[in-house]
Design a protein around this ligand. Structure first.
Ligand code: BES
Ligand code: ZN
Ligand code: ZN
Length: 515
């Protein structure tokens, strides 16, 4: 657990840290922050040598004498191309590098004028979020050989230096809030990453459900209810039960609800909630339609959508967004066994729809069918589902963007814009109406997958569409390509990324401001 400290107006000779990060744009020769002459000279030599050019996410650590052990130059790239997202990534990169250098205390000099038309507080928020994302480390399970966990222990943001913009007292107040907000979002991302990184023998359906309950106990206004197997049977959630029936671990169905209110007592969107539904497959072996072994271990991340939903509702509650939001997460493990569901089985979803199973590896849509059906109870104003649903979306978009499917052009435009702003991008995919015919089954209401190999990601979206009321605006987000990064990023460790939590939080924030 780490708290970031915000401070202002500290001269260099009073700084004490293992590293002091000094941001520079491409082509800039010196920092506006007043550095001692000797260090200024050193920086000038490095820049003249072209070993550091200020390119985006470039870093150069210089060992110096005094209270500051290292001055770390940080490139922000071309000034006119700088965005909140690029600032976030750049500062994150600095923390990642310094973490590897075993720096324990780091001071980040905030570049208040980094992004055109953005307030100091916005920059502070981006720097803090970038720092926290870089600060996260995957949990290790070392029994015999203890691994030394390398983490920065103390991060300070320094603002209000004698820069090109003068920072006001009110900026400090808004910056303090932006910092807290970034920390709340980062806590949510930490939760998603921790749960998705956790091995599936630890993060079982019950474990994740209990974690959600614990979060509910800690956050005022957030209610978390968990349906156990008996209650899931009572709800006739045939899809969730079918997927879970091959595993020793019972399914769970998590319901988290936060009913935020505006100052005058009215919840945003009236009382009709925004319902988020997340895929919670704790491990996807493929079931009887077993996956090949190569990279199968990564299928422990197949609950990343579900965890993102829990985190988003928790963040909305902690930040007291005036919005009514409900998160639904069906949790199950997809295993092959003598009790497992099989191709050819006909399964009845809780809304009465029957589905002919063709591959037990298309389990995500089965549990989501029950989740989306359950959402109808709330008469939602909007439904958004998040699921690591298809390998096809990985092939199409990789980690560039989360696949977005919707018939609602306005929602698509909004989410595309917010995706660009947060860097938690989405890319809209088509949902050709005529293709729905490919899901006709001779024995059931629906085939689970088409008989001919079509675009899997699109067909999955068209399958889900059957479980949403045509009048309810609905967005399906396929984050199979964005929720996991095997190699990691310069600004984040390998493994789970937390996508698309940043996007969803930003969207809920905007929705609650509009009403
Ligand atoms: N969890 C997988 C999707 C996935 C695959 C995510 C690869 C990340 C990497 C999902 O349950 C699945 O297996 N989908 C199948 C669907 C197919 C059988 C129509 C797929 O994509 O192969
Ligand atoms: Zn699968
Ligand atoms: Zn899956």
């Amino acid at each position: 657990f780490m708290k970031i400290i915000l401070s202002a107006k500290i001269p260099y000779n009073r700084l004490k840290a293992d590293a002091f990060v000094v941001p520079l744009f491409k082509g800039e020769k010196e920092s506006a922050y007043v550095l001692p002459a000797s260090i200024k000279k050193l920086v000038a030599i490095v820049i003249a040598s072209k070993e550091f050019q200020g390119g985006a996410m470039e870093t150069q650590a210089l060992h110096v004498a005094g209270g500051v052990a290292r001055v770390c130059l940080l490139g922000l790239g071309e000034k006119r191309e700088c965005t909140l997202d690029s600032v976030q990534r750049a500062y994150g990169t600095a923390i990642m590098r310094l973490k590897k250098m075993k720096a324990k205390s780091v001071i980040l000099l905030v570049r208040e004028d980094a992004v055109k038309d953005k307030a100091v507080a916005d920059i502070v928020g981006a720097v803090a979020l970038g720092a926290r994302i870089a600060h996260y480390v995957t949990h290790h399970y070392k029994g015999k050989k203890k691994k030394e966990v390398q983490r920065v222990g103390r991060i300070t943001l320094l603002i209000n230096h004698r820069g090109p913009t003068s920072v006001q007292r009110s900026d400090l107040k808004t910056s303090q809030y932006a910092l807290r907000r970034a920390e709340v979002i980062a806590d949510g991302l930490d939760f998603v990453r921790y749960i998705a990184d956790s091995p599936a023998n630890y993060a079982t359906p019950n474990y994740i459900a209990e974690s959600a309950k614990e979060i509910g106990k800690k956050i005022p206004g957030l209610t978390v209810t968990v349906l156990d197997k008996k209650q899931i049977e009572k709800e006739k959630m045939g899809g969730l039960l079918a997927v879970a029936q091959g595993s020793q671990h019972e399914p769970r169905f998590v319901i988290c609800e936060y009913h935020g209110h505006l100052a005058h007592g009215q919840g945003a969107h009236g009382c009709k909630p925004i319902v988020l539904v997340g895929k919670g497959i704790t491990f996807d072996t493929g079931g009887i339609s077993l996956k090949p072994w190569n990279k199968m271990e990564e299928m422990k991340f197949d609950m990343a959508g579900g965890a993102a939903v829990i985190a988003t509702v928790a963040i909305a509650a902690r930040l007291k967004f005036p919005v009514h939001v409900v998160g639904l997460v069906p949790l199950a493990e997809n295993m092959p066994s003598h009790t497992a569901y099989k191709p050819g089985d006909v399964i009845t979803i809780s809304d009465g729809t029957t589905v002919e199973i063709l591959t037990t590896d298309a389990e995500g849509r089965m549990v989501l069918a029950d989740g989306l059906s359950y959402a109808k109870k709330y008469k939602p104003s909007v439904i958004v589902d998040v699921a690591t649903l298809t390998g096809a979306i990985v092939a199409a978009l990789s980690d560039y963007a989360t696949g977005l499917f919707t018939g609602d052009d306005a929602l698509a435009t909004t989410l595309e814009r917010l995706g660009k702003e947060t860097g938690d991008r989405v890319w809209r995919m088509p949902m050709p109406k005529a293709w729905a015919d490919h899901l006709k089954s001779p024995v059931a209401d629906l085939r689970q997958v088409p008989s001919v190999r079509l675009a899997d990601a699109i067909m999955a979206a068209l399958f889900l569409k059957n479980f949403v009321d045509a009048k309810t605006p609905w967005v399906h987000l396929d984050n199979a390509g964005t929720a996991w990064k095997t190699e990691g990023y310069p600004y984040a460790e390998s493994g789970a990324t937390g996508a698309p939590v940043q996007l969803l939080v930003r969207w809920l924030d905007e929705v609650s401001r509009q009403r």
